[in-house]
Design a protein around this ligand. Structure first.
Ligand code: IMP
Length: 431
């Protein structure tokens, strides 16, 4: 009997606090993939792409959409603001990018962000006692209602009577039941449901079916490991699991299909929103990074906080993701900045070595902690085009050696610019 052709999944996740450049890496890998799946988060994400003369930011639709032979899937683990999604589809079409039921599938079980979720998020953020620095897109409140088993799912938007009952229950729960508003919301979301109906799909069956036929499927993570609701710097986190295991839960396929897990990290570190950031630089140095690396949020435009690469944090991210490879982005930003630092360890107030998680707990509880750094010589300017490892600047090559030794996972790709082609693959593996 001929051997069955079996597909595999490659998960691309953030190894830091998001904004690592996952979008451009997914875009690169999508060229030779069949499908790209988003599996958590919502339009709090902003994945930037640059190709030919086009620049765009995708918030909900997987980056694979810009590759003609790639099918994009929004899985059950995602929370969807239907108006934002429809607008994103229109924006893509205006750029001449196909966005049809053939190349975009939306899970019937993904949850819907309602106006009340956005209002709640904004209300909490505007009251400084409760604020976390969220994106105010209603992500947290929507996941809360999902877990409370009161959420509205995409498939409810085409079931008029069920939608009415569920909306009524939800508004009542939030103490916001007004009959006029209920009717208005019901009509509005039924109209949105009609527009989304052709894209609705049992995405778990769809993805599994493709894998069984030999498809190569990318799972596009959003945010990053340190924003994961279980494993991140709680409570300064997002409301979903951002680690690789979520690729299975949030898309409805078993974990056996996930063969590779790539964690993406910048050669330095950034964070948007509140919460501890152990290698954060002083304001003046942050501005230099921000200007050079254009470190402003792709979703909210907020200035990102900047700091040095944190290896204990990256090692932790590799552990909780089960990383099989590391991808380093934006090392070119380090060129011309003077000596480069990389955090290699932490110590407590008594000088004892502590782990990243312990240092994070110290920061959260106001205890003293210290960072130990290793310093590298200033990096020369980076050539426009690099074909192999030997052409990389010497201090970056040394940094790569340290990263692989400390984290214990091979670096498989590095990128040094926002354009397609400005990346080099260091290990081919199955890519
Ligand atoms: P939320 O996800 O909007 O609830 O925000 C919670 C935290 O996650 C805030 O600190 C946000 O700035 C951060 N966050 C959410 N999405 C992203 C992202 O895509 N990149 C970076 N930070 C994010």
């Amino acid at each position: 009997m001929a051997a069955e052709k079996v597909g595999h999944g490659i998960v691309v996740v953030g190894g830091q606090w998001g904004d690592e450049g996952k979008g451009r890496i997914v875009d690169c890998l999508a060229e030779k993939s069949d499908m790209t799946v988003r599996f958590h988060g919502g339009n709090n994400a902003g994945h930037s792409l640059h190709f030919d003369t086009t620049s765009l930011v995708l918030h909900l639709i997987p980056c694979g959409i810009v590759r003609p032979n790639n099918v994009s899937v929004i899985g059950n683990g995602v929370v969807i603001d239907p108006e934002v999604l429809l607008q994103e589809m229109d924006d893509l079409r205006c750029l001449g990018i196909r966005c049809s039921p053939e190349n975009l599938k939306i899970s019937r079980h993904a949850h819907v962000i309602l106006p009340i979720h956005k209002q709640l998020d904004q209300h909490r953020e505007n009251n400084s006692k409760n604020s976390l620095g969220t994106t105010k897109r209603g992500i947290g409140p929507c996941y809360e209602d999902k877990i409370a088993r009161l959420g509205i799912r995409i498939s409810d938007l085409i079931a008029p009577s069920l939608l009415k009952t569920k909306l009524e229950r939800l508004l009542e729960y939030h103490g916001d039941l007004d009959k006029g508003e209920l009717t208005r919301l019901h009509n509005q979301f039924l109209t949105l449901g009609d527009l989304l109906k052709p894209f609705m799909c049992d995405t778990g069956d769809f993805v599994e079916g493709a894998l069984k036929k030999g498809a190569r499927v990318l799972f596009e993570g959003a945010q990053g490991a340190l924003l994961d609701v279980d494993h991140g710097s709680y409570p300064y986190v997002t409301s979903s699991n951002c680690v690789a295991a979520q690729a299975s839960i949030g898309s409805g396929i078993g974990p056996k299909w996930l063969k590779e897990v790539l964690i993406v990290t910048k050669a330095y570190c950034t964070r948007v929103g509140d919460g501890p950031f152990l290698t954060e630089l002083d304001q003046k140095s942050q501005e230099i990074f921000r200007d050079k690396g254009n470190e402003f949020g792709a979703t909210t435009g907020r200035p990102r906080r900047c700091g040095w690469l944190d290896l204990p944090a990256l090692k932790y991210a590799a552990q909780i993701n089960g990383a099989t490879g590391i991808v380093i982005t934006k090392f070119d930003i380090l060129a011309g900045l003077g000596p480069i630092k990389v955090a290699i360890g932490y110590r407590s107030s008594t000088g004892e070595p502590i782990t990243f998680k312990q240092a994070m707990d110290c920061a959260l509880s106001g205890d003293h902690w210290e960072v130990e750094y290793q310093e590298f010589k200033p990096m020369d300017q980076v050539p426009e085009s690099i074909r192999n490892f030997d052409e990389l600047p010497a201090s970056f090559r040394q940094m790569c050696g340290l990263i692989e030794r400390e984290v214990g996972v091979p670096i498989i790709m590095v990128s040094y610019g926002k354009e397609r082609g400005q990346e080099i693959m260091l290990k081919e593996k199955c890519f």
